[in-house]
Design a protein around this ligand. Structure first.
Ligand code: MN
Ligand code: MN
Length: 269
């Protein structure tokens, strides 16, 4: 059950409206990492969740994100409002000005409509929690960029609050995942194939224009990792002619009477 209270979760004050900035704010309203996406992702994951404790967590945070949506929408509306009547302001975003009368719609900053394709819902709680940790990190960095591009003190204040809450959520999702007691690489039930899982393929090779070489690090030089040098290279090194010849040989092998050499009537049957 949802209940609306006629009060914002955080007070929003705007000194001077900035239509261009209002347009940027729409990214957190109807964009891929925005508040509607967060609210829907966590709430729908919550509907699917059979772990009652973590279901409650998903519903708590999913509902808070709806309150964030209300704050961002209110803030964006304050910045976009002059577009309705002022030609100069309208030029900042003709779509919002002409089609929307300076109001917010569920579009991103480029006018692309919000889509459920933004949501990551797998029905596997630990996998969903990982998606949520990543989603919070993305929301955090988008808020940080908005703060950096904002001149208005009141707007900055509200954005700082919203950015901070994303870190709080990130911590909660991390703690929920950790408390499930699963090994970080234990995803699903089927174990990975032993001789394959431990191989690192050095698939990007050669020396780059800036002198870049093949990097080594904990991801490819740990004791249990086998470093495999350029497995695709021998094939790619063949000349164009050699490759063509190989393709022709393979085609003849698989299809002794090539389709194209048969009469048209037979090919169509
Ligand atoms: Mn949020
Ligand atoms: Mn959040």
């Amino acid at each position: 059950m949802y209940h609306h209270i006629k009060k914002l979760m955080y007070t929003v004050r705007v000194g001077t409206p900035d239509p261009r900035f209002g347009n940027m704010l729409l990214e957190q309203f109807g964009g891929a990492n925005g508040e509607l996406a967060a609210a829907m992702q966590y709430s729908i994951q919550g509907l699917n969740c059979t772990d009652m404790a973590r279901k409650d967590l998903l519903m708590d945070i999913g509902t808070e994100e709806l309150s964030h949506l209300e704050i961002v929408g209110t803030l964006a509306r304050m910045h976009l409002k002059p577009m309705k009547k002022a030609r100069e302001a309208a030029e900042a975003d003709p779509l919002v000005a002409i089609a929307g009368g300076g109001g917010v719609t569920l579009c991103n900053s480029m006018g692309n409509p919000w889509t459920a394709d933004y949501l990551k819902i797998t029905g596997e709680l630990d996998v969903d929690l990982r998606s949520n940790i990543a989603a919070e990190a993305r929301a955090k960095i988008v808020y940080e960029r908005l703060i950096n591009f904002c001149d208005d003190a009141g707007s900055k204040d509200a954005l700082q609050f919203l950015m901070t809450r994303e870190i709080t959520h990130m911590k909660a999702f991390m703690a929920a995942l950790e408390s499930m007691g699963k090994d970080p690489l234990e995803v699903g039930l089927i174990p990975p194939t032993p001789g394959v899982v431990n191989k690192f393929f050095n698939d990007s090779t050669g020396k780059g224009d800036e002198g870049e070489t093949d990097a080594r690090g904990p991801w490819n030089e740990a004791d249990d990792i086998e470093y495999v040098e350029a497995p695709a290279k021998p094939i790619a090194e063949g000349t164009q002619f050699e490759v063509l010849e190989e393709i022709q040989k393979a085609t003849r092998r698989g299809n002794p009477r090539s389709a194209t050499t048969q009469p048209r009537s037979r090919r169509l049957r």
